[in-house]
Ligand binder design. Structure first.
Ligand SMILES: [Zn+2]
Length: 120
């Protein structure tokens, strides 16, 4: 048994029930209706994944926005013969933020993927 969302009231219900206990939506449905629910669920999942992907790119962009000036400053410091420390640059905070964001998004993506697979 797995939980699905009622197509009518969006509450979580068992996929075995014939009628939604919350809104009396009938599940005594045709195959067509069943497919429609699946399509709706799939679209929701796809949209969610798309948003996650966009967030991933944002995280990478943040990291790169920190990394580029950091490396630039480092390269210049070497040119001028300074004893440069790369971790002293403000860019490191952006790199760390972007990286942390990236990791969090990946974890969320994996868990939504699992959730979607188990709801099928
Ligand atoms: Zn319902």
């Amino acid at each position: 048994m797995s939980l699905i969302k009622c197509p009518s009231c969006q509450k979580q219900i068992s996929d075995k029930v014939i009628m939604c206990p919350h809104c009396d939506y009938s599940f005594n449905q045709t195959k067509e209706e069943l497919d429609r629910v699946k399509v709706i669920n799939y679209r929701k999942y796809r949209d969610k994944m798309y948003r996650f992907k966009m967030l991933t790119y944002t995280a990478i962009a943040i990291a790169v926005a920190g990394l580029v000036p950091m490396l630039w400053a480092y390269a210049q410091a070497i040119d001028y013969g300074f004893n440069a420390s790369i971790t002293n640059h403000w860019g490191i905070y952006l790199v760390m933020t972007g990286f942390a964001l990236y990791v969090v998004i990946r974890i969320l993506m994996v868990s939504s993927k699992k959730k979607y697979k188990s709801s099928k």
